[in-house]
Design a protein around this ligand. Sequence first.
Ligand code: NAD
Length: 435
Amino acid sequence: MKLTIIGSGYVGLTTGACFAEAGHHVMCVDNDPRKIQTLLDGNIPIYEPGLATLVKKNVVSKRLQFTTSTEDGVNYGEVIFIAVPTPPQPDGSVDLSYIEKVAREIAVCLDSYRVIVDKSTVPVKTGERVSQTIRRYAKAGVEFDVVSNPEFLREGSAVDDLMHPDRIVIGGNSDRALAVMQKVYEPFVAPVLVTDINSAELIKHAANSFLALKISYINALSEICEISGADVEKVAEGIGMDKRIGRSFLNAGLGYGGSCFPKDISAFIAIAEQLGAPLNLLKEVEKINAHQLNRFLQGIREALWVLKDKKLAVWGISFKPNTDDVRSSVAVNLIEALVAEGAKVTAFDPKGMEKFKELPLAGKVTLTESALEAARDAEALIVATEWPEFATVDLAELRDVMRTPLIFDGRNLLDPEAAASHGFQYRGIGRGTLP
Ligand code: NAD
């Protein structure tokens, strides 16, 4: 099939590459000429494991192409996927201007039947709005259907998630469009859930909110563990062994961040409020998330007393491992808070430093070539992102390069006993403090 993706960011580009890999012919559109030029030059504007190989392979086999022209995209694909940003507004609700703009752009180019698929994360009832908008601006009589097909990929494992999804959700109100969508996903072996558009839209916000709730639950427990002397890792293991609960998303840490969870949770709160059925439960989730970072910072202040002019090493900048994405990263918020208090922050991240350099904060931070280099002469080390390579650092070497052997492990990545046996004072999350 011929498919078009409008918006070639983390979701659009990866989806396009995976559709091409599955045998479709794909045109990826983006209105950022720099991004498209980078792709046309054979480079990949983001880091995602396996993506570069997939893009190169499918460009060579002519199943994947790139353009800045929405018109070319609309003419090309029988299915048009929308994968543009849906950022938060200051009040937490979703800024739908990108979606509206694309809907209008598609409308004026429509000549014959197309299935228009919303892959961006949008509030329930957005599909209806997209439909109305296209109807308003399209030529009279031109046929189209709007479908919701929310994306559940995780950055860091996006290629694998797209090639082997847990489920594919397709929300549509037209049999013709649903048949086209079944064909799009025919090459993928995964359960397909067909729903109406509103339910599909709701599933995405409900799923992300549930995951954030799970993270916040274990984070709230981590505070109780610290006070009571219990070990949150054991508590998570114990509750996670119950099949009804499951162990995933029960990792205590600095809280959730990234380009999706914070905005999707605040969006869902705003959506529920607008609908007249407030989700106060999620307000509590947001409070716990903010409290978790504040609590951690307070622990650093208590241990170091004065932060001003102290050299502090931070390991990890990206919002999670295996990605270069630093958008709404808790690690970045943490660095910002330390810098604001006058600390001299030295940081290292295996993939996130290039994107971090685009932020004004980067000018106030020293970035290094390695984790050990960041820790040199530091008065404390803070683990902010759980990159696996940090877990295997030689603790003896680390001890040698640091000025003071103090570790604040915001992701419970290191082994507290191993750290203690190398002379470190270690403080994790919900694990108590070792001498
Ligand atoms: P992104 O910012 O990485 O990519 C969006 C792209 O759309 C950008 O390259 C931008 O230049 C382009 N764009 C904006 N307006 C355009 C227009 N009018 N025409 C053509 N291109 C345009 O964003 P993303 O992370 O890929 O997220 C996209 C959507 O997918 C959001 O709604 C997000 O919530 C959702 N989502 C993201 C993830 C994730 O992990 N990143 C996972 C699931 C769902």
